[in-house]
Every structure is written in C-alpha cells, then in structure tokens.
Design a protein around this ligand. Structure first.
Ligand SMILES: Cc1ncc(C[n+]2csc(CCOP(=O)(O)OP(=O)(O)O)c2C)c(N)n1
Ligand SMILES: [Mg+2]
Length: 554
C-alpha cells in the first residue's frame, strides 16, 4: 500500500484506512480490476484506487448497470472473481438486475456498496441515497453479504466474501461499507486468501452412480453452467458411455459441438424420451423435468455443487454433491469396472443431427446470419447471446467449441444484458475477439456504454439486428392475441450515426455475406469498438424448438 498512508506498527500489523485494507485484500486475491461508478459515499475507496493506480485498473461506466454487467461479463469470460463498486440506494438498485443475473449464472461477482453514515443506518434521517434495510435487500440478491464496520474487519471480510463465491453454490457476494468507515484508519493485520475447503467425495454415491450409468442402455448427459469447468471430464464420460450430451444456454461449450455426441435442446428431448439413465451435471434440469416429464423408468444421477438443488423438482436416484470436475474424475476412475465397451453411436447421431437440421432449417434468416458470424469468429472468440431472435436461434444452432466462449444469460433471460456484459468480457479477455449480438430493443438498454468502450478503448464488436420492434413481443401478439399490437413498435436512432457520434466504427450489413465482410474488418480493429447494424424484418418463431411438450410421465 502507499507509504503516505500506511505505517508499520509492530510486525504483521500496519496502520491504514478501511479502504486501503479492503483494496489490499482484493489485490492479494489477484483482483486488480474494478468496474465502478463513483459517488461521495465511496470517495475514500476511490482515493485508495487513485493512490494505487499502477497496481489497479478502474473502469468507470455511465450507469451502474453497466458496471455490474461488465463485472459479470469479465467473471463469465475468465471464471475468476471480478468486482464492481457503486453508491448505495439508487446505485445499488441500478446494478441489481445484473447482480440478480450473476446469481442465476453462479458468477463470481463481488459487489461493493457504499452506505450512509454508520450510526444513522436504519434510522430514516433522510441521508443522501438512504434506502430502508439495504442489508436486507442485499441478502435477497446474493448468498453471502456483510458490512465492513471497522478498518480491522476489512481484510477478513473481503477474504470470506471471495471464498464464499467458490464454496457450495458458486455465485456473487456483496460487501457494504459506510461513508464514514471507508476513510477511518486502524491497525490492520492482513489475511491471506482463505482456502476453499475441498469437498469430500461420497464413494458410495460414486459406486451407485457408476453402476447405474455402467448398466445403462440409453444413457444421456445433461450439462449446465455448473459443468463449464469440467469440459474434459464430461467429454470423456460421454465417450466412455457413448452418451449424447445435451446443453442449452449456460452449458453450451462444455462439449465441442463438432463432436457428434453434442446435441441441442430439441434433439436432447428426443433422447430424453428414450433414456433409461441420465447424468445431470450442474443444471437445474428445468426443461427436462418440468417440460419433458419423468417417470420411474428414468434413473437420474444428479451432480450439483448445491445440496439443496438435488431434490427440488424430483428426487434423483443418486445425488453427488460438490464441484463437477473432481467428482467426474472419480466417476471416470470407477466406471470402467461397471461398464462394458460400447460401440460408437457417431453414425446414429450424425443421422439424428441431419434430421434435426432439416427441421431447424426454417429458422431463416437467423441461421445464415449465425453461420456468417461463426465463419468469422475465431475458435476461441467469445459470442455473447441476448434475448433476441438471433440469440434464441443461437442457443439451438450456433456451433460452440470451447467452454466460456458462449455467454448466455441463463434463466433470468433479461433483455438488455448482452452489450454491457460483452464489454466486460472483451475488457477481461483483450486477447480474443468478442462479439455481442443484440436486438434494437435490447441494445438501447445499455447503448450509452459505447462511451465507456471509447474511454477505455474496448474493441468489442456489436451486431444490432434492427427490426424496429420488440420483435418477440410483436410476434406473440400477432400469433396469440389476434394481432392486437401494443407496446412493441420502436422508434430507433440511426444506429450507425449513433455509434459514430461516440467515435466508434460503424457500418450497415444487409446480408450474411455483407455481415461477414463487416465482421472481418471489425475484428481487425483492436483499439475502438465497432457496431454493425443489420436491418431485418420479422423472423420465424423459434419457440416450437424451445417450449416443447411432455414426452414422459403421461
Ligand atoms: C428485463 C426484461 N424485460 C422484458 C423482457 C421481455 N422481452 C423478451 S424479448 C423482448 C423484446 C426484444 O426486442 P429486441 O431486443 O429488439 O429483439 P427482437 O425480438 O426484436 O429480435 C422483450 C421486451 C425481458 N426478457 N427482460
Ligand atoms: Mg427488435
């Protein structure tokens, strides 16, 4: 920490402010980047950032949701903890949709919230940005939260917050600190990063799981976001068992889509109907259990980091609790004893894929635009999905090759998440191109963060598919409500002129071939953001391939 403020007292103990102690603890955890929007409650923390400028990177946004979504994107793209810092009350609430999304996506995002003066908390004096029961609100958004009440508490509370992000159900954490506490000095004893307790592997459950899976005639694997760090293990199990792996949104990329065993949601449903044993890895099993159904003939082996998750919808035959990779490695050790050699299902799967591709072919122009993006985006480039027609189709048909190269909002599916999340991903991974696809509706949720991309030179490439509408809403009203249109048509800016007014590079592409050319130029630009507007009309509905009916359990 800076010499100006810190003073050695006795060994291992130094005198510094709460802000300096908290920042020192973040740095000790390798967390050197903070996405922020400043304000008086956090001025002392920002001064600590300024004093430590060479060691820290402070990325300021134009709205708190931008800061929180950027931290989310950075966390998703790297798998490492990322932090954001905003003022209390309105600042917290402005960031809340992103924090909620981080919770849904199990993303290690640390939120640092300011607070009104410590002694005034809960007394409703009408302090600037006061909100009733801020701590209570936070506890509804994240599993782990605390208030730093004194300088000496800061290192331990930061270390505990970061450990919590990787303990049990992974996910975000939050710390509050009052305006008059950040700058208070005290004797600080630093706390080294706290080890995440290794979870004990339940050998009995592993053996039962191995027997179930080994004896399965039609095994199926369902991979969710909890399998992202177990790609090699899931793929090895799939090969050993000749079990197809179904993934959708968060689990995309766990298995390489060039592997014939990788299947999309509708093909996964066909296979679910036939399956006798399912291995579910890090997934809510929402669509399979709630939409497709289950019965006694289906044995479910369920692996989840959160013991509360297993039996929420249906009790599994076998429950494995803990992080996916070590548990699956153990399963891979034991399984050969219980499983016969199986013949390859590659030909069968290729045929099934071909038939499914024929059904999906009606999703045009979505598929051709997605093919154009895939053709230009390098293998380890990152694609950031949105709640838009191209996004829905991408979840079914955009080939993904590696984990963390396809970022999708999961069950929150919140419109407007994409652009700022992609900015964070591109900021955290400057070594690979990142492409954000958005509708005209979703883009304008955070489009002002183009200013942030310019200020911090983030070379994100954004494609805005502009149909002049909340297209999804419009189509639902057309199909289900006698075409009584309400609240769906949009008055848009000229997106090219809009982006150029920030200093970004911008162009229009009217066909997949034009999009490829525009993308090539955009990916070669590594100093400023690029926007490509693609004017489109109404597109065919993807919902018959997503919201599908029951195939089991009557
Ligand atoms: C936070 C949030 N608000 C509202 C919705 C409901 N919603 C889903 S899709 C959509 C319209 C999307 O419009 P656009 O981004 O232009 O994409 P398009 O469907 O036109 O391709 C809306 C309003 C949502 N998913 N999330
Ligand atoms: Mg639209």
């Amino acid at each position: 920490m800076t010499k100006a403020r810190t003073k050695n007292t006795k060994s291992g103990v130094v005198r510094m402010t709460t802000a300096e102690a908290a920042l020192g603890a973040l740095l000790a955890h390798g967390l050197d980047t903070i996405y922020v929007l400043p304000g008086i409650h956090n001025d002392d923390f920002f001064d600590a950032l300024a004093r430590n400028a060479p060691k820290t990177r402070t990325i300021h946004t134009r709205h708190e949701q931008g800061a929180a979504y950027m931290a989310l994107g950075a966390a998703l793209a790297t798998g490492k903890p990322q932090a954001y810092c905003v003022v209390p009350g309105p600042g917290l609430l402005n960031s809340a949709a992103a924090l909620l999304t981080a919770y849904g996506m199990n993303a290690p995002v640390l939120a640092l919230f300011g607070q009104i003066p410590q002694d005034a908390i809960g007394r409703e004096f009408g302090h600037l940005h006061e909100i009733r029961d801020q701590a209570g609100i936070i506890t509804r958004l994240v599993d782990h939260s605390a208030r730093i009440r004194a300088p000496s508490e800061a290192p331990r509370l930061v270390a505990e917050a970061i450990r919590s992000m990787f303990t049990g159900r992974p996910g975000p954490a939050a710390l509050e600190c009052a305006i008059d506490v950040w700058g208070r000095s005290g004797a600080i004893r630093t706390v080294p990063p706290l080890p995440v307790a290794a979870s004990r592997i339940d050998e009995d459950a592993i053996k039962t799981a191995a027997k179930q899976l080994g004896g399965a005639k039609r095994p199926l694997i369902v991979a969710g976001g909890g399998a992202l760090d177990a790609s090699a293990e899931v793929t090895a199990l799939a090969h050993l068992l000749q079990a197809p792996v179904v993934s959708y949104r968060r689990g995309r990329g766990v298995i390489d889509d060039r592997d014939p065993l990788s299947v999309n949601l509708p093909l996964g449903r066909d296979l679910w109907a036939e399956a006798d044993v399912v291995l579910a890895v890090g997934t809510h099993l929402h669509y399979p259990l709630l939409h497709w159904g289950y019965d006694r003939d289906l044995a479910i082996v369920r692996l989840d980091a959160d013991p509360r998750a297993h039996a929420r919808i249906a009790k599994p035959k076998v429950a494995l609790t803990g992080p996916a990779a070590p548990i699956l490695r153990r399963l891979l050790d034991v399984l050969p004893k219980h499983s016969a050699r199986r013949s390859s299902r590659a030909d069968e799967m290729r045929e099934r894929h071909a038939r499914m591709d024929e059904r999906l072919a009606k999703l045009e122009p979505q598929l051709s635009f997605l093919a154009a993006i895939r053709a230009e985006l390098p293998e380890d480039g990152i694609f950031v999905d949105e709640v838009t027609q191209l996004g829905f189709a991408s979840r079914l048909a955009f080939p993904v090759y590696k984990p963390r190269t396809y970022l999708s909002p999961g069950y929150q599916d919140n419109l407007g998440y994409g652009f700022a999340t992609a900015l964070g991903a591109q900021h955290a991974r400057p070594d690979v191109p990142v492409v954000s696809i958005t509708g005209d509706g979703g883009f304008l949720f955070t489009a002002t963060e183009l200013a942030t991309a310019m200020r911090h030179r983030i070379p994100l490439v954004t494609i805005v598919f502009n149909d002049g509408a909340f297209g999804n809403v419009r189509r639902i009203q057309e199909e289900r409500y006698g075409n009584r249109q309400i609240a769906g048509d949009l008055a848009n800016p000229d997106f090219v002129a809009f982006a150029e007014s920030f200093g970004a590079a911008a162009t229009r592409a009217r066909s997949p071939a034009e999009l490829r050319r525009a993308l090539r130029a955009a990916f070669s630009r590594r100093d400023i953001p690029s926007l490509i507007e693609v004017p489109v009309g109404a597109m065919p509905s993807p919902w018959e391939f997503i919201l599908m009916g029951r195939v089991r359990g009557g």
